[in-house]
Write a protein that binds this ligand. Structure first.
Ligand SMILES: [Zn+2]
Length: 286
């Protein structure tokens, strides 16, 4: 294992852990959002496991991409206020986030597979976001990672996995339940599933897990039109019909605009107008 510090300015940068050499090449990134510590924990568990394994190919892991955000518990970078996962492919002469993105992007360009780890809140089921659900390298990579729910993303530009998929890389984002607060068993479980993926492409030797995935063409984000105290009406993993109540805010019903599976619902008991309430995966493909 090689441990390297990459700097964009004095004391500002990130650490890269490299295992093995040659093809295939995998890049795993966590902590682009500083408040999603569950992804950081998953990456660290994976690093600890890989230390004791024989590696055929290359695995590079950046467990904390946005160190300053992590230190203060903020999604964005505290210096430029930018969301690091909205500025890819970055700019070497830009703001702090844009420079960090440019350094990470150069590692992504050297890689065949890019997996970006995020946290989706306490009330969430693990899911993989792909660029398109059926017919590209992003979808092919999702099939190799044994996580049950696979959802087509909204492909917002500037995200590491979206930009990487657009330049022809196998790239996905994994949403892991938790934020700064999370269960270690979840991080451990996702790390084991990532090991299974590494086994499936021959990088490590172990039995790869087989699961049946549920594919969804896309998802709908529900935001609150009201401000006030929120009572939740559904649990993550619930199947909902169009028109069913997802939550009530100050007695006003917030209903599902589509039928589908609730992959995420807010744990917040107080919301403001525009706050995210839930994410519903729609248009099942199987
Ligand atoms: Zn995130």
């Amino acid at each position: 294992m090689i441990v390297e510090r990459v700097y964009i300015a004095q004391n500002i940068g990130f650490t890269v852990y490299t295992f093995g050499k040659g093809a295939p090449r995998v890049l795993i990134v966590a902590g682009l959002h500083g408040d999603e510590v569950v992804g950081v924990a998953t990456a660290r568990i994976l690093i600890d496991k890989l230390k004791n394994m024989t590696i055929r190919g290359t695995v590079k892991i950046i467990p904390i991409a946005n160190e300053l955000g992590l230190y203060i518990g903020s999604r964005a970078n505290p210096i430029d206020g930018k969301d690091l996962n909205r500025v890819f492919p970055g700019n070497e002469n830009g703001t702090v986030s844009e420079r960090l993105a440019a350094k990470i992007w150069s590692l992504a360009l050297e890689s065949d597979y890019i997996i970006d780890l995020h946290g989706c809140g306490e009330l969430c089921i693990p899911h993989i976001l792909t660029l398109f659900i059926s017919s590209d390298k992003s979808a092919d990579l999702a099939k190799l990672i044994p996580i049950e729910y696979v959802v087509g993303s909204q492909a917002i530009r500037g995200q590491l996995f979206v930009e990487a998929a657009y330049v022809g890389k196998h790239a996905v984002l994994i949403e892991i339940p938790g934020t700064r607060s999370f269960r270690w068993s979840i991080a451990e479980d996702i790390a084991m599933r990532l090991l299974s993926f590494l086994a499936s492409i021959g990088i490590v030797k172990r039995q790869s897990m087989e699961i049946k995935q549920k594919l969804f063409k896309g998802y709908v984000s529900i935001v609150s039109n009201y401000e006030g105290l929120l009572r939740r009406c559904v649990e993550p993993g619930a199947e909902v019909e169009q028109g069913m109540s997802i939550a009530e805010v100050e007695g006003e019903k917030i209903v599902a605009p589509v039928s589908g599976f609730v992959v995420m619902v807010t744990e917040s008991k107080f919301v403001r107008i525009g706050d995210s309430i839930a994410r519903i995966a729609t248009e099942p493909l199987q």
